[in-house]
Design a protein around this ligand. Sequence first.
Ligand SMILES: C[S@@+](CC[C@H](N)C(=O)[O-])C[C@H]1O[C@@H](n2cnc3c(N)ncnc32)[C@H](O)[C@@H]1O
Length: 190
Amino acid sequence: MGRIIAGRMAQQHQPENAWTVSLLHVQPSDHILEIGFGPGTTIQRLAMLTSEGHVTGIDYSSTMVSLASRRNARAIKAGRVKLCRGNVVNLPFANHTFDKVLSIHTLYFWQEPLRALAEIQRVLKPGGTLALTILPREKWPGGGTGTEYCIVYSGDDVVKLMLDAGFTSAHVEPCPLPTQFRELSVIGIK
Ligand SMILES: C[S@@+](CC[C@H](N)C(=O)[O-])C[C@H]1O[C@@H](n2cnc3c(N)ncnc32)[C@H](O)[C@@H]1O
């Protein structure tokens, strides 16, 4: 089941994944972290953009770690990508490790979002950027009430969470291509 879902995600989430990467203005020497990489297609894209840098990914699901590791086998072998299993609330990285962090369609599943964002803030370098892309509450089917296990947010909710977690600034980037996708991204600067 996980493999089938991963295959669908790889195709369906492609537009907002590509857009989120473009928002980060990736430089060849960047060290980047993706949280909740799922099938690993964005890891692949990031690895191509960081010829002198490094890409790290962390995901809660062992199925996704195994699928994404297969997809990125060559870059992993070359030491340019590292993927591991873990939870965003307890990132196994030193303070000030990454220039950029991104996470797409994962915030809904974080049971402790403030703690998670404080963890991301900790591992970012000063001046580093976080891009958190979500389908905002008002665009969810059924009015966006969410559930205990899938919490939905407005862009403003996420801005507030980021500022509460210690980010210096945060703002909403609205969807630039509403005919192709409906997500927004919240950009936080440490
Ligand atoms: C809906 S998928 C999105 C995958 C990919 N980002 C995309 O846009 O196609 C959510 C991913 O986040 C991961 N995830 C959920 N909660 C997590 C957590 N607390 N820590 C790390 N990863 C998490 C899941 O295992 C899953 O791979």
